[in-house]
Write a protein that binds this ligand. Sequence first.
Ligand code: AMP
Length: 227
Amino acid sequence: MNVDVMTRPAVLILLGPPGAGKGTQARMLQEKFGLVQLSTGDLLRAAVAAGTAAGQQAKAVMEAGGLVSDDIVIAIIKDRLADEDCRNGVILDGFPRTTVQAQALDALLASTGQRINAAISLQVDDTAMVDRISGRSTCAGCGEGYHDTFKPPHDDGSCRKCGSPELTRRADDKAETVAGRLDAYHAQTAPLITYYDAAGVLQSVDAMAEIDQVAGDMATVVKSVMS
Ligand code: AMP
C-alpha cells in the first residue's frame, strides 16, 4: 500500500456508465492508496439480500435497471460514510448518480469539513458496454471482478485471487436490462460531468484502454489530487 501521498482524507468519485470499469478500478485504487471503496450498488445488493426495509423497496427497481430513490441511497451512503474505516478516505463507486445525490453529498461533506478531491470520468464508447457487462462475473469469496474475455478467472473457473470456485453473475447484467441501465445513466447521471466540471474537480481518463493502463492513468490522477 502506498500512503505517502495521503495527507488528508480523500474523497474520490468515479463517474461512468455501467460497464466502464468503476468497480474494477475502485478496487485497484483501494489497494494502492488505502482508501475504502464505497459502492452503493454493493450496499444496495447487501440490503436486498438482508431483506431490510430499504432493500425490499430497492429490489424491483434494481432488477428493472432503474435508479433507486435518492432518499434511500443517500441514507445508505450517509450511514456508511460515518463508519470508522472511511476516515482514511473513500472512493465513491456508483454514487452520486443524480444531481440531488450530488447536492446531498456536497452538504454532507461540508458538514464534516471535507471536500471532493476529484470526480474522475471514465470515458468509454457506449456501444462496447453491452459486451463488457454481459461477460462479467464476481467471486463469491472475495468480491474480485472478472470478465469472460478481458479478465478471465482460472481455466477451471476459480478465482485467481482467493481460489474460490464460486463466481456469480448479477441478475441485472442481462442484455435486456443493460439498455435500460445505460439510458438511466445518460438521462440522470451524465449531467454530473458538467456539475463537477463547474465545481473544478472533474478529471477524465480513457477507460477503453487495457485494465492496467487505465489503472496507471487513474493512479496518476489520484496522486495529483491527493495533496
Ligand atoms: P451498480 O452496482 O453501481 O451497477 O448498481 C446496481 C444498481 O443499483 C443500479 O442499476 C441501481 O438500480 C442501483 N443503484 C446503485 N447506486 C445507485 C445510486 N447512487 N442511485 C440510485 N440507484 C443506485
